[in-house]
Every structure is written in C-alpha cells, then in structure tokens.
Design a protein around this ligand. Structure first.
Ligand SMILES: Nc1ncnc2c1ncn2[C@@H]1O[C@H](COP(=O)(O)OP(=O)(O)OP(=O)(O)O)[C@@H](O)[C@H]1O
Length: 594
C-alpha cells in the first residue's frame, strides 16, 4: 500500500481481460412490445490488445460497450442477462472505476478551463505522487497527445472560442488516460474527425495498449485502411449478434471470403465489410443467416475456449481516497477560475446590481419618514419598494444559476462516474464559491438603494439587517436555482420551468393580498413562500422606529405576524431545504445515469 499526503492507493496486477458470456439485453418499448438489442453474445477483450467493435448503425455497438462498462443494468423497462467479468470476477460500476475508465462520444469538458488545467484537475484527484511527479505526468500526456501547442488555450464551447474538434477529442481521452487505467472504453473516439487526427488517436490507443498491457476497447464506424490494420481484435455486430470475432487484419477478410464474400483487391476491407453488413439493403439482410451460421460454425467454439483461458485472479484495485477537504478545495478552486473567466457574466451581474439599485433609488427617492410630513401613499410606496427588493434580489441570483448549473451538471456526472470525487464535495465546493457573488452583489445594491430611498436610519443595525435579509433572500434564489437545475434532467426544461414555478409564490407574500385574507384551502401556500418571509423581515425592520412610527402601524395593517428573526429563520430554513433536496436529486440523478 502506497500512502501519500492526500491519497491512499492499493495497486496490484495491472492486466485485465474483460469477458462476457451470453449477454441478452432487451428493452420494453412504449407500445409494450419487447425489443432484443443483444441476443446472447459472448466474447473477450484481452489485455495488451486493441479491440474494435464494428457494425452498422443501430447494430448494438454502444449498447455492448455500455454493458461492459456497467452503465446498463436491469430495471422495469429493460432486462439484462448474462455475465460480465474482469479477470473472471464480476464487477459493478464502482469497481469498474477502480481499474477502467470510459470516454463518452460527446466530449464533456468545462469550456473555460484550458487543456492543461483539465489534466491538472484529473491528475490531482486521481493520481498519486508529489506535485512534481504530477507535473511530469501532465507534460508527458500533453506531448503524447500533441497538445503542447494548445495547452493554455480554453477548451471553449458555446460562449468561448476554444480548441479544435480533434484537440477536444484528444483532451477528453487524455483526461481519462492520465490516471493510467488498466482498461479504457471509448465510444466512437474518431467520429467527426479528419482521417489524420483519427489515425493519430487510434495509434495513441494502440501504443497505450502495448506499453503496459492495457486493455483498449472502442466502437468505431468506418475505419480507414490504416486504422483497420491497427486492430488486434475485431468484433462485428449485426442486429445484436456477432458475425465475426477474432484477430483483425486479413483474418477478418479471410473469414468472409471462406464462404463467398471476398473483398475486392485494392478495396479497404472495412469499407467492403460495412457494405455487406448494413441493414438498408435487402440483399444484405437476406445474407445475415449465412453470416450467423458461419460465425457459429467457425468462430464460436474458438471464442468460448479463449474465454475459458482468459486471465484469472483479482483485477487491479486502484482505490483512491483523496480526502474530502482536498476534493472540496480542488472543486472550489476550479469554480473560482470559472467564475473569474466569465467576466462578462460577472460584469453583467455587477452592472445589474448597480443599475437596478440606482433605478429603485431614483423611483422611490426620499420617501418621507414618520417625523416628516407623510401620507398613506408614502407607506404604500415603502411597502412596494421593500417587496420589489425581495423579488429582484431573488431573481438576480436565480437566473445566472439556472444558466450555469445545468450545463456544469453534465461535467459533474461524467467526473463522478470516473470517481474523481463524490456528490458531497462537489456540492460543497460549488456552493462555497457560488455564494461569493450572492453575498457581494446584493450588498452593493443595498448600499446604493437604502440611503437613496431613505429607509429607516435609526441606527446602523437597521441597514445591516436589511442587507442581511436581502443576502439571505439571494441565497434562497441560489438554492432554488440548484434545486431546479438538479431536479430536471433536461437543462432547457429547467431554465424554462423553474422561474414559472416561482411566480405563484410571489402572490402569497402578503403584499398583493393581506396575509390573513387567503382562502383556507389555498392559504397554506404562503408558508412555503420565501417572499413572505423576506418581506415580513424587511417590514419589521423598517417600521420599528425608536421614536414615532407611521400611523396606522404598517406592520399591523399588513398582518405580518412573525418577528424579524423568526422570519429570517424561516428564510434560512427554505434555503437549507432547497439545498438538501437539490443534493438528493443530484445523488439520484447520478444513480439514474449509471
Ligand atoms: N433504451 C432503448 N430503448 C429502445 N431502443 C433502444 C434503446 N437503447 C438502444 N436502442 C436501440 O437499439 C439499437 C442499438 O443501439 P446502439 O446505440 O447500441 O447502436 P449502435 O450500433 O451504437 O449505433 P450507432 O453506430 O448509430 O451509434 C438501436 O436501434 C437503438 O435505437
């Protein structure tokens, strides 16, 4: 056992043979019928080899890869039978992460991180050694993947211009390879890339397989001749069944020519085989029974004996326990970077806080105090501005949160799946950093508007309590943003629905209608409204003067019964509940994705 300051690692034999026996996977469709996606397939992916899973579109390649990486399990809509083993031992999704990693087809990376920072993040959380050793690893990976030139360029995305598609794919692969897993599974690592980049990626994977006897398995659509020659092991799927499995190169060609399907000279074997495999042509589908028959006759037995002779023993256990504090600090540091690198968003929020505060201040400029000549309209104005503050501060936090939380959620799911960290540190690391603007901006707005409006200045405590309530109300906006972002699996739905769901609670704040006047069948909703509690706290703070107060007493008129601290406690409670629920949804979502 090797101990480092932050990490515990147990490492044993690196070699892993993945075997699977008689995998039958079927799903129940919407109309209640059953569809068999894999029909009893068995096979082996050996260590030190590159295994390519080929097949026409919809043949079941990704499904097989997902089953091997334990992302598919039986549930009420799908049944999975058969065995998947690593060195003859069963494993689950958590054990999978101890010796293997999965690179999805979509490159899910944070757009405002540079290539090098992505590697640093992964290496810090999933690798042992001193910082110097880690730096060496990072530089080696950058060199291997030919990413040195763009190492300090942002990954980029919708809002930030970044690296090219090929560089992005290599970054995604490097992000997983840097922790040096024994097995790597990749879903279509070459899709959308030019032939040279595709070739360089497959040759990198080939050398990764050879170097340490690692196991490399990927799905691929239409490999070029050069790429085809690099496959050690080829699996070909048609309609959820194998038509070939065994050594690559000429062995595949020879197998098909043995029963009359000879590849024309000068043709790329992969192109030829795809042409006799795809299901669009009736000639092909008529030939499928022949392919299956020949597989059973010539290859099935060989595959079975290879499975029998596969490596036995334990698979490597790379148990990595970085401390919770370390994980939180890494996530928080990354969040700070993201925050700093979205200056437009930050400046927009700052501008918004100042402009809204000035605007409110000018509209409600110098409302007369109880000692001055005032009218009932002045009290109404004051109620209005206090209520408007509770809404604007809430929405100013909710909106940016709704914009960023769902997109980062995908990154979280990917990284959690790779066991870089768990839900709790992610949550805390993010929350701590997201709270910074939530505290600063409402405070700035309060500083400007409070004095312009001429709110209660009996003592400095009045202003600070006002700012405090406004900040907690913003925190509730953040909590609800987190809740919406984690409860809906679809980001667009979350952005569209969450603000709409919030609107009715504004009606129950006790401003538009007196708190005592709601019908009993619906009045209970007010107790769930953060606007009620924030408004209640602000009203109590404002209308409790040391000297004479307004007449009639606005607190009595509004029937807001809670004391200011009781209201603050309820507000903080809503924030706490929103955060806990959001944490639970994120944990559930994680399980669902697996
Ligand atoms: N949960 C599901 N419910 C219904 N059908 C499904 C489900 N998952 C996959 N399929 C269907 O199963 C078939 C195999 O899907 P899979 O994604 O494995 O194909 P593939 O070989 O990877 O195809 P492609 O190369 O186009 O990505 C497809 O027809 C797909 O539509």
């Amino acid at each position: 056992m090797i101990q480092t300051k932050n990490i515990d690692i147990i490492q044993e034999n690196r070699h892993v043979d993945i075997t699977f026996k008689n995998i039958i996977y079927s799903v129940t469709l919407k109309d209640g019928s059953k569809k068999d996606l894999l029909k009893g397939v068995s096979g082996i992916c050996k260590s030190g080899e590159v295994t390519a899973i080929l097949g026409s579109s919809g043949a079941g390649k990704t499904t097989l890869l997902n089953i091997l990486s334990k992302r598919i399990q039986s549930n009420k809509n799908q049944t999975l039978q058969g065995e998947v083993l690593a060195n003859n031992n069963p494993y689950d999704i958590n054990e999978f992460a101890q010796f293997a990693t999965y690179v999805m087809q979509d490159d899910i990376l944070l757009e405002s991180m540079t290539v090098k920072e992505c590697f640093e993040f992964a290496v810090n959380l999933k690798s042992k050694g001193t910082q110097e050793e880690k730096n060496v690893k990072i530089n080696q990976m950058l060199k291997k993947l030919r990413l040195e030139r763009c190492q300090n360029t942002f990954v980029g995305g919708l809002f930030i211009k970044g690296i090219s598609g090929g560089e992005r794919k290599r970054t995604s692969i490097g992000y997983e390879l840097i922790s040096n897993p024994s097995c790597i599974f990749l879903d279509e690592p070459t899709s959308g890339l030019d032939s040279f980049t595709a070739y360089s990626i497959i040759s990198l994977l080939k050398s990764y397989a050879i170097e340490n006897n690692n196991t490399v398995v990927f799905t691929i659509h239409q490999p070029s001749g050069d790429i085809w020659n690099m496959f050690d092991n080829v699996m070909m799927l048609v309609n959820g069944q194998f038509i070939y499995q065994g050594k690559g190169g000429m062995n595949v060609v020879n197998h098909f020519s043995s029963f009359g399907f000879s590849c024309p000279i000068h043709s790329n074997p992969a192109d030829y085989l795809m042409s006799i495999m795809h299901g669009e042509s009736e000639v092909n589908t008529n030939n499928y029974p022949k392919y299956f028959e020949q597989y059973d006759l010539q290859l099935k037995q060989k595959v079975s004996s290879e499975i029998e002779n596969s490596q036995k023993g334990d698979y490597p256990h790379r148990i990595i326990h970085t401390s919770l504090i370390y994980q939180i600090s890494q996530i928080a540091l990354r969040q700070i970077r993201i925050l700093k690198r979205n200056p437009i968003l930050l400046r927009a929020r700052l501008g918004q806080s100042i402009i809204i505060a000035l605007f409110i201040g000018l509209i409600y400029l110098d409302i007369p105090k109880p000692t001055e000549h005032y009218t009932i309209r002045d009290i109404n104005d004051k109620n209005g501005v206090l209520f408007f503050f509770t809404i604007s501060m809430f929405m100013m936090t909710l909106n940016p949160c709704m914009l960023t939380f769902p997109s980062q959620k995908q990154v979280f799911l990917r990284e959690e799946n790779s066991k870089l960290y768990s839900v709790f540190p992610y949550f805390v690391g993010r929350l701590v950093v997201d709270m910074i603007p939530v505290i600063i901006f409402p405070f700035i707005s309060s500083c400007i508007a409070y004095w312009m409006i001429g709110l209660n200045n009996d003592n400095p405590g009045k202003f600070f309590f006002f700012a405090f309530v406004v900040i907690i109300q913003s925190m509730v906006g953040l909590g609800i943003g987190y809740l919406g972002g984690s409860a809906f699996s679809d980001a667009k739905l979350a952005i569209a629905v969450t603000p709409l769901m919030i609107m009715p609670f504004m009606l129950f704040a006790g401003f538009y209608k007196n708190a005592k006047d709601y019908a009993s069948w619906i009045g209970w909703i007010q107790y769930l409204s953060p606007f009620k509690y924030a408004f209640n706290a602000l009203v109590h703070n404002e209308y409790t003067y040391d000297g004479p107060t307004y007449n009639p007493d606005p607190i009595r008129q509004l029937d807001l019964d809670l004391s200011k601290w009781e209201a603050v406690a309820c507000l903080a409670g809503i924030f706490g509940i929103a955060i806990i629920l959001s944490f639970m949804f994120l944990s559930l979502l994680k399980k669902k994705v697996q």
